[in-house]
Design a protein around this ligand. Sequence first.
Ligand code: CP
Ligand code: NVA
Length: 315
Amino acid sequence: MSDFTFGSLPHKDLTSIAQLSTAEVGLIFDTAAELKKNRRQHDALLKGRKLAMIFEKDSLRTRFTFDVGMQDLGGHAVFMDHRDARIGARESIRDVAKNLERWVDVVVARTFKHRVVTDLAESCSIPVINGLSDYLHPCQALSDFFTLHEKWGGQVAGRKIVYVGDGNNTCHSLVHTAAKLGAHITVCTPEGYEPNSKVVNEAMREAVSTGSEVVIVSDPHKAVEGADAIYTDVWASMGQEDEVEERNAIFLDYQVDEELMALANPDAFFMHCLPAHRGAEVTAGVMDGPQSVVFDIAENRLHVQKAILVLLLNK
Ligand code: CP
Ligand code: NVA
């Protein structure tokens, strides 16, 4: 029987990686590692606790892993499908929050506007977790880096991760986390699709103390030289469906294919948050090839989010 002592995070919510310290990210990783190693031994940690999942967008991984994660820990999840109407349309976000806090212990929100997640968090007395907004995807980035932390024996600092594609929500949280952990992050996008300057500035400030290098470039062939991991995501995110054709043309040279992978270090990993489009942002050969760790990342969503739930609720 494991004698691991579970700690807690000193924050009410998890809406952005920017709010976490490097040590707190380490605490999440240590907790996730324990929950992964001894998955069946912690089935009463959140006994009787209830999670509300309130989603404006589709989801496979986030929805399943939070639901299964609560079940693993002895708790229960309730899914609220908000795809037909944005949160705050039928009644104010504050009123939604004031209701939810009377029934459940924690909320995961997946939204279009990031402001909806932060408004929910500010209005609720219970923890609110960002399950993806148009701006950030913190649970994803923590799972991405937890996977690298496992693969590299805890030595993430000083490694080079190259994100190729759209400077979107996934990219933003990846940049935040890299800077937090002292990893070097190069973001390579077509002109006009760079990551948000606020995120880049936050990461660059953080990088001064962690030794991370944050670089924004546009040439994928140069960008991936010396890369220890190459990451990509869809070219059109949820909500940008009407831009698919235009983006497919603009991002054509940013496909992660075998030729691009060959320019990185020979043991470089291929990473993707999923869902992926084989033949668009990644070739089938890379996605399903030996360097791909995409399903390890997907598995780790479960362990990392269980850690987040425990650390936010263990007060
Ligand atoms: N990566 C991710 O968040 O997947 P879903 O959109 O399926 O939840
Ligand atoms: N950038 C993608 C991530 C999906 C997990 C989107 O927002 O649709």
